[in-house]
Design a protein around this ligand. Sequence first.
Ligand code: NAD
Ligand code: ZN
Length: 371
Amino acid sequence: MNDGATVRVELGSRAYDVVVGPGLLARGGELLAPLLRRPEVVVVTDRNLERQGHLARLQQALAAGGIAQQSVVLPPGEATKSMAQLDELLDRILALGIERSTAIVALGGGVIGDLAGFAAAILLRGLDLVQIPTTLLAQVDSAIGGKTGINSRHGKNLIGAFHQPRLVLADAEVLATLPPRELRAGYAEVVKYGLIDRPDFFAWLEAEGHRVLAAEPAALARAVVESCRAKAAVVAADEREGGARALLNLGHTFAHALERVTGYGDELLHGEAVACGLVLAFALSVRLGLCPQTDLERVRRHIAAAGLPASRRAIRAEGFATDALLEAFAHDKKVEGGQPRFVLVRGIGRAFTGATVEPAALRDLLDAPDP
Ligand SMILES: NC(=O)c1ccc[n+]([C@@H]2O[C@H](COP(=O)([O-])OP(=O)(O)OC[C@H]3O[C@@H](n4cnc5c(N)ncnc54)[C@H](O)[C@@H]3O)[C@@H](O)[C@H]2O)c1
Ligand SMILES: [Zn+2]
């Protein structure tokens, strides 16, 4: 367990493994070879991964496994998930002379995974895809489940496709070079799984989460494996988000509004927005008489102890105007019939979907100084 594990995403003929553990990049050739239709891949990555030596390590491993590879290195950052960068990426990959049996390898965080995954979905009507996530967020969330896509000026992730990978390699050692702020942001998604339906996991995080945040290998591996299991189970039950998969949006309606108001930039990372959103989802549930106050307190305390924003004022000292947040909800991809949808909780580990929230209750919550 300390060394990781293999988690199967059960999707019938498209089932695949998420392999978690140290040293996977160095074994890339051996791990990929049996899956490839032809020993030829295009690796898509960003400049930070190249600079940290991760691309070179993977290239070496692929060569050792007899796999021919070419690579495309893109600028890092959310702005790369754009139509212009997609266009450029498609052009560069096609210029390499790929065939239907060439596989795409996405080496990077959620930005690279989403963009390269979408390119794989549409190039030659679909190429095989391998995800090698290099941020905690990507290892526990974005690399699993097959959602790929880019942003539009109308909003985030509005253009995309479902395209499941053939394999996910979550190498614990790659996280060693991740900036601490990025590690913390990914940790918010780890906490989310505990809050949705794994109360024992949340209790473990309360006790041992500081070890995860200190990137202690055994603790980090356990957190990643548990999270991958949680995500894999939800995806297997509901691949295209007809029901259970919506639970993964716990905290996210609030998070997306906060991200929209702060401009998707460096002021607030996605995981930081999720951290605050989780607290707000619990606060809303308390106000609706669904959830005990003590559970809200536990969540707030844990988020704050992790160095994540547990309130809107922890993001911006002056807080946020209620009207700006309410306006932002309207742009959420998950809006149905003009109403934002919220995942609510009856307590820690007891999230549920489908409740309607009166606009007045929402306004009251947002008008209150702190959740
Ligand atoms: N597809 C999904 O289901 C899904 C789920 C959640 C989030 N997302 C998407 O994921 C994106 C966010 O992903 P992210 O948080 O991984 O951000 P990211 O991909 O921008 O990576 C964060 C930063 O860390 C750098 N980096 C990555 N790995 C590194 C490493 N090992 N060492 C040093 N630096 C490293 C990157 O270059 C970047 O600067 C968003 O666009 C979001 O919409 C998708
Ligand atoms: Zn998220």
